[in-house]
Design a protein around this ligand. Structure first.
Ligand code: C2E
Ligand code: MG
Ligand code: MG
Length: 745
């Protein structure tokens, strides 16, 4: 490619000069420099300034840049190139150039030229100027390069950066970058706004610990990080967030972990969406799908679900679940007479009343129409179940106001029990339904169990409850008295009052048949008070008759012991019957006193302070703690009949009886054996220094009159020892030794 004439001639001139001074090596260097300059992309030039720029030489690259030859460019006294420059850019170039020249610094100016053929190119011209030998002229040397592609790429980059910045800043979703340690690196406006901050800068400054400042449940953030570590991404990760103002919102995060080339974690980045409304709507929908619109109770769907869960739990705990199907009696009539509005109100009232009867773990559901279901967990015993169902029956039957009138509806309840009556939802519901129809047949307003044994047990219980109420009203209670015999003197030294119901039809009912129901219904307090008075009255009457004074023992139930009135009841009974306190004894069982030892000890001390005696009944069957036993103000132990019965049959029994006697004595207690039926048992007790006995061998529980007769016979005989001798043949044969007062008589 030809280099310009002028550049060529200058070269020739300087070559001549340098070849003189520098010798033969200069020439090839200059030649290769020229080749190098010509080989460069772009136009290397030299020009002079005056009114315009006059180009003196240009390199071969000018053709690639402008499409014109060097000769063309240097034409018009070297000003042709100027005409290629975009008119709009010319003034700027002149200004920038003269500034740079004035400051004698290099310049770099970008502008447009129109190349041959009309294509517009962006060029960058760089160079420096120096003063020409003459006047105010400058000589400038530089290079003009085509930067069109470069500029386009840069522009594109700039534009895309601008676009993304816009996306980032104007997005409605929150966008973030956070450090692995949980600090914000970068967030957009939307994120700041979602979390209640005015600007991104504000939230970045305020939140130093994302996990604990933002997450309502910080464990959720731990989960986020764990997922990130495992998968590198999380999608639709929903958590509850505490906003700056304390409000709670739900957000959904989509994020990924960003690593560097060495695979170490740089940061997390992702988006945050406020999904509170969606979540609430979802909850609302879920609620609607699972609840009945009229009563707000769980519907069939949710009931099925809960029942399944309760069955699983019952299986684990080996307990039961009762499914009670409730149908309102004659509901249709109310609906038809008073309209659906009133009907709905009734259903709502019924729902509220049922809920009030249950524990938190139970469920009331409405299946539709006037059908409800109760799910009761852990109600193993029929009685407990029947109590709940009875409560529900009563609650529903309470009067209800409608248009100034009082109405009441009853209901019929059918109960099936998992696992006995079925092991799946459908079977249980079907069987409850069968039972419910049975209840309707029985005249409504009642409940029936699916299983017949359970019904039998319940109806017997109901009968008993009625009988008890009746017995209280008709004063059908009687006390029998069983003598306690002192094994040292051989005399009747006391008696135990034992309760019976004198039923017209069934004769004397034993306590085992009614005490529990009396306790459960609370009737035991009334009955117990009567027992106490009656026993005291009877004992006082014996003393008035002139019989030797002795103690009467009565049995207390746990329900009585727990009541604060007990002390007052005892005082009143003693006061009203004028019996001295020392002649009254209270029998308690181990389980009663062990239930809440500290409280019981306080109560027992108060009773003891009144002057009466306390004993522990059925000793050996409970789990008395010896440390407590020492602290109970108890004067005697009654060895349980089960051990006495087995004496002579079971080696263990003998060992236990011996142990109880010596334990009692070591605690300074009086020990009495109950249920003594044979001479052999008595012999063993005497041999082992038991203090007293009570049992059929000496006497069954007697009516008041028979007891008086027994005492009168005994006091006329004046010899207790002879009675014992009759009962216990070894005594007769002189094989046994007794206390001195007996052996001496
Ligand atoms: P308990 O206090 O252990 O009474 C002893 C029971 O054993 C009485 O039964 C008595 O009749 C029976 N018995 C006495 N000697 C013999 C014998 O030689 N052989 C056999 N097999 N039994 C004998 P009962 O009268 O049926 O009373 C049973 C339980 O009922 C009593 O056990 C007591 O815990 C409770 N009880 C009785 N009366 C009352 C009362 O007025 N109030 C309360 N709360 N409970 C009472
Ligand atoms: Mg007793
Ligand atoms: Mg007993």
């Amino acid at each position: 490619m030809a280099i310009s004439r002028r550049l060529g001639s200058a070269t020739t001139r300087s070559r001549a000069r340098t070849s003189n001074s520098s010798g033969p090596s200069v020439r090839p260097v200059r030649q290769s420099l020229t080749a190098l300059v010509d080989a460069l992309d772009g136009m290397v030039y030299r020009c002079k300034t005056g009114e315009a720029r006059y180009f003196e030489s240009v390199s071969a690259g000018c053709a690639g840049l402008t499409g014109y030859s060097a000769a063309k460019l240097l034409s018009r006294r070297g000003t042709f190139y100027n005409s290629l420059i975009y008119t709009d850019d010319r003034a700027r170039i002149t200004a920038e150039l003269s500034q740079a020249l004035a400051a004698t610094r290099r310049f770099s100016i970008e502008y447009r030229i129109t190349s041959r053929g009309g294509a517009v190119k962006w060029v960058r011209e760089r160079g420096a100027g120096r003063h020409a030998a003459r006047g105010s002229e400058w000589i400038i040397e530089g290079i003009v390069e085509d930067v069109t592609t470069q500029r386009a790429a840069f522009r594109a980059l700039q534009e895309s950066e601008l676009r993304f910045r816009g996306l980032f800043e104007n997005a409605t979703e929150g966008i973030f970058q956070t450090s692995p340690a949980g600090v914000y690196i970068n967030v957009n406006r939307a994120l700041a706004r979602i979390y209640g901050y005015d600007t991104p800068e504000e939230i970045i400054a305020a939140v130093a610990d994302i996990q604990n400042q933002l997450y309502v449940d910080p464990a959720r953030r731990v989960e986020f990080v764990t997922l990130m570590r495992a998968d590198g991404v999380v999608t639709n990760f929903v958590s509850e967030i505490r906003r700056r103002d304390g409000d709670r919102i739900w957000i959904s995060e989509n994020a990924r972990a960003v690593y560097d080339a060495a695979d170490s974690l740089l940061f997390y980045e992702g988006t945050v969406e406020d999904v509170t409304e969606t979540k609430l709507n979802q909850e609302k929908l879920e609620y609607l799908a699972n609840h009945d619109a009229v009563t707000g109770l769980p519907n069939r769907l949710l009931m099925n679900d809960r029942l399944r869960q309760m069955m699983l739990q019952a299986q684990r705990n080996e307990s039961v679940v009762a499914v009670a199907l409730i149908d309102l009696d004659h509901f249709k009539l109310i609906n038809d007479t008073f309209g659906h509005n009133q009907g709905d109100q009734l259903l709502q009232t019924v729902a509220r009343r049922m809920q009030a009867c249950l524990r938190e773990t139970d469920t009331v559901a409405r299946l539709g129409g006037d059908e409800f279901v109760l799910l009761l967990s852990g109600e193993g015993r029929g009685e407990a179940l029947s109590q709940v169902t009875q409560r529900v029956l009563k609650a529903i039957a309470l009067p209800w106001r409608i248009e100034q009138r009082e109405l009441s509806v009853s209901c019929s309840i059918g109960v099936s029990v998992f696992p006995r009556d079925g092991r799946d939802v459908q079977t249980l519901l079907k069987n409850s339904d069968t039972a419910m129809y049975k209840a309707k047949e029985f005249g409504r307003n009642n409940f029936q169990f699916y299983s017949s044994e359970m019904n039998a047990a319940i109806s017997e219980r109901l009968e008993l409850q009625n009988a008890l109420h009746h017995a209280v009203e008709a004063e059908q209670f009687v006390l029998l008295y069983q003598p306690k015999v002192d094994l040292v003197t051989g005399r009747v030294a006391g008696m135990e009052a034992l309760l019976r119901i004198n039923d017209e039809e069934r004769g004397l009912l034993l306590p085992q048949n009614f005490i529990r129901v009396a306790e459960e219904t609370g009737l035991i307090t009334t009955i117990g008070e009567w027992v106490m008075r009656e026993a005291c009255r009877f004992n006082k009457s014996l003393q008035v008759r002139g019989l030797p004074p002795m103690r009467v023992a009565i049995n207390l139930s746990a329900r009585q012991l727990m009541r604060n009135e007990l002390l007052r009841t005892v005082e009143l009974a003693l006061h009203d019957t004028e019996l001295a306190a020392e002649y009254l004894e209270l029998e308690l069982t181990e389980s009663m006193v062990m239930h809440d030892p500290e409280e019981v000890i306080a109560m027992l001390n108060q009773l003891k302070d009144l002057g009466l005696k306390l004993s522990i009944d059925d000793f050996g069957t409970g789990y008395s703690s010896l440390s407590y036993l020492k602290r109970f103000p108890v004067g005697s132990l009654k060895i349980d009949q089960s051990f006495v019965r087995e004496l002579g049959q079971e080696d263990n029994a003998a060992a236990i009886v011996k142990a109880i006697i010596s334990l009692g004595h070591s605690l300074d207690m009086h020990v009495i054996a109950e249920g003594v039926e044979t001479a052999e048992q008595l012999t063993f007790l005497i041999e082992n220094n038991c203090d007293a006995m009570q049992g059929y061998l000496f006497s069954r529980p007697l009516s008041a009159d028979d007891f008086i007769a027994l005492l009168e016979r005994e006091s006329s005989r004046g010899d207790g020892y002879s009675i014992l001798r009759q009962l216990c043949p070894p005594l007769d044969q002189g094989n046994l030794e007794f206390g001195s007062d007996i052996s001496g008589s």
